[in-house]
Design a binder for this molecule. Structure first.
Ligand code: TRP
Length: 473
């Protein structure tokens, strides 16, 4: 096999539907299912959720369109696409470094994302084993005490051999698809797994509507208490919006670069953002009723999905099967996202060094495994290691939490801020307008959002959120 390739026709999505499903697959993931409910719980429910929706529509959506149009215009990996647009606008090519920062962030997110993917694999195995021992009808984990069920999580994350192995397994599944190419592998995962995902999600949510505490959930998620909307809560919401829409890490630039000229990016961006937000809200509506119905508190953090929820499945008839279905669904969503995350640096290595796809993906996997192992161990034997612990924002955080906070609260919003400035102010207007697919009033509104609202809101949120957090005020 040749080590390098010289410019044959570039691979791309086989249809508009394939692009939409793959982009939704990229956006919908652990961010929606684990991070969104956890952040909503940790930041007091309604205020966070409503500000989150505001961020998605007014900040996330315009940036999503900006990213896909840069990629579609460039038809190349993210930094090259940025450079092309800068060159054609007669601006400094240094702007490509915005995308380089994105590629770096995507790589970092990939490295810890697969650790979480590994945790999900563990729970799939646990519920599968339980299904065989407990059977279909009763609750999950029959005969186990609450402490035992909640103890599964700390025992798992402290077991470095387990977390490292499962991290590597999840990476291996991811590279299996990425190495097969855009139309041959990446879109196949999305086209098969996303419909299955939606069926499972809707099924479990409907179950919760009948059996769970829906009224309490609606109250919890949608009651707006303005005094809870502080700087850090706003920063958390905006960071979550970008993370969930896969923005600020050059992900949508990369996926956009495989889109044909005939696709209207304005419309597809709307579809992607709507689907992603719907899934986040459905995840809330699916998880909290089960939790409330079992009389448990919606305490935030990862414990929600990995401790509270398994305990809740104990109380529910058919809990083993439901739990298994639930974690399989989470696994599907995580895989379509990890594939997208790996594709960002892989596409860059292919374009930059002309390596073949399998070699490029292999290199990315190798380095992601090294950093991933540090993350996987950071909940156990490496827990003492707090790489940025001297800053209050990262105080007491191990490698995994540090990387998550560093990307979610700093590099993603900064990447998105610079992207909106680039598209709004730097790139040639006619060039941008020829790609965005928006007409009349919508076009003007989008321009207003990209030129003014996104940059100003992002700067303000970064100021009120990051600095107090960094300084610990
Ligand atoms: N959006 C993904 C999720 O919600 C995670 C993610 C963040 C991502 N950035 C990305 C996925 C870039 C693909 C590409 O889980």
């Amino acid at each position: 096999m040749a080590l390098t390739q010289s410019g044959p026709a570039r691979d791309g999505w086989s249809s508009r539907t394939a692009f939409i499903l793959a982009a939704i697959g990229s956006a919908v993931g652990l961010g929606n299912l684990v991070r969104f409910p956890a952040e909503a719980g940790a930041n007091g429910g309604g205020a966070f959720v409503l500000f989150y929706i505001f961020c998605v529509i007014l900040i996330g959506l315009p940036v999503l369109l900006s990213e896909t149009l840069i990629g579609r215009h460039g038809q190349a990996a993210a930094p090259e696409s940025f450079r092309k647009m800068a060159e054609q606008s007669r601006r400094s090519t240094a702007w490509e470094h915005v995308a380089s920062l994105g590629v770096f962030s995507a790589f970092v997110v990939l490295s810890f994302y697969c650790v979480l993917g590994g945790w999900v694999l563990y729970y799939i195995g646990t519920f599968l084993g339980d299904l065989f021992t407990t059977g279909i009808t009763g609750g999950a984990f029959a005969g186990s005490s609450v402490e035992e069920v909640e103890g599964i999580f700390p025992a798992m994350i402290a077991n470095g051999g387990m977390t490292v192995t499962l991290d590597l397994v999840f990476l291996a599944i991811t590279i299996f698809f990425v190495a097969r190419g855009v139309s041959g592998g990446i879109e196949k995962v999305a086209v098969y797994l996303m419909p299955a995902f939606f069926l499972l999600l809707v099924g479990i949510t409907i179950y919760g509507m009948f059996g769970g505490a829906m009224g309490q959930t609606l109250d919890y998620l949608f009651t707006f208490e303005p005094d809870k909307l502080t700087g850090p809560v706003m920063l958390a919401a905006v960071g979550q919006a970008f993370f969930s829409l896969s923005l600020g890490v050059a992900g949508m630039i990369t996926y956009g670069s495989y889109v044909g000229r005939n696709v209207n990016l304005g419309v597809t961006s709307g579809i992607i953002a709507t689907a992603d937000t719907t899934v986040a809200l459905l995840a809330g509506l699916c998880i909290f009723p089960i939790v409330f119905a079992a009389g448990l508190a919606p305490n935030g953090g990862l414990g929600l999905m990995f401790q509270t929820l398994p305990h809740a499945f104990q109380e529910i008839p058919g809990g083993s099967l439901l739990g298994l279905a639930f974690f399989i669904m989470v696994g599907f969503a995580a895989l379509t996202s990890s594939v997208a995350l790996m594709e960002v640096p892989t596409a860059w290595v292919i374009d930059r060094f002309r390596f073949t796809r399998p070699i490029a993906a292999g290199m990315v996997t190798f380095f992601a495994a090294i950093i991933g192992i540090l993350s996987a161990l950071s909940t156990g034997s490496l827990a003492w290691f707090h790489p940025l612990g001297f800053l209050p924002m990262f105080e007491g955080m191990g490698v995994l939490d540090t990387l998550d906070t560093f990307t979610g609260k700093i590099t993603l919003p900064v990447g998105a801020l610079l992207t909106s400035i680039f598209v709004g102010w730097i790139a040639n207007k006619r060039l941008v307008d020829s790609e965005n697919g928006l007409g009349g009033g919508l076009h003007l509104f989008w321009r207003f959002l990209v030129c003014w609202l996104c940059p100003i809101a992002l700067i303000a949120i970064l100021l009120v959120g990051i600095f107090p957090s960094i300084l610990g005020q």
